[in-house]
Write a protein that binds this ligand. Structure first.
Ligand code: AR6
Length: 174
């Protein structure tokens, strides 16, 4: 089931909230900073323990990592790294799609029945909102349509910070 809400990710009572992180995975601006603030310093410590795959990279673009949610109402934070938008011709759509697919797979592996996404890459990383939303909705619909019964039962929330984002998602999810 897909739900669209307008509000703050950090207040959501879901099994997992997705963080639009960066490759270092130690916090930043935007939704990342709101999540770290609300989860408390334990989240930073948990992120530090995520092994680096190469110097300064805990989570490569398009991949996802999971930590507890600590002081958040959500049990888990799934950290994923969206692409920095250049012109759409440098693998950005594929990388963004991978963020949604990998986050959903990680949620399912960890027994989550509900997950909430922010509009990944559409803030500081500059991805055009409509294009990003189309990819997000397409990937979530494909995941929910899969034969895997657990996946099909998951509640997926698109948490839009702005009214404009909520309108875009509402027009895509009928
Ligand atoms: N709840 C829900 N959505 C939010 C919240 C919130 N509390 N705060 C912001 N948004 P951004 P990116 C929306 O910039 O583009 C960070 O520094 C925001 O309106 O947070 O993927 C990371 O560390 C926008 O729609 O993420 C990375 O360095 C969406 O969240 C970099 O920014 C994503 O905006 C990632 O950039």
């Amino acid at each position: 089931m897909i739900k669209i809400i307008q509000g703050d990710m950090t207040a959501l009572e879901v099994d997992a909230i997705v963080n639009a992180a960066n490759q270092v995975m130690l916090g930043g601006g935007g939704v990342d900073s709101a999540i770290h603030r609300a989860a408390g310093p334990e989240l930073y410590k948990a992120c530090l323990k995520v092994p680096e795959v190469r110097p300064g990279v805990r989570c490569p673009t398009g991949e996802a990592r999971i930590t507890p949610g600590f002081r958040l109402p959500a049990k888990f934070v799934i950290h994923t790294v969206g692409p920095v938008y250049r012109d759409g011709l440098h693998g950005e759509p594929e990388k963004l799609a991978a963020c949604y697919r990998n986050s959903l797979a990680l949620a399912a592996e960890n027994g989550c029945k509900s997950i909430a996404f922010p509009c990944i890459s559409t803030g500081i990383y500059g991805y055009p909102k409509e294009e990003a939303a189309k990819i997000a909705v397409r990937e979530v619909k494909a995941f929910l349509a899969a034969k895997n019964a657990e996946a099909a039962k998951m509640e997926v929330v698109f948490c839009c910070f702005s009214e404009r984002d909520a309108k875009v998602y509402n027009s895509l999810v009928q």
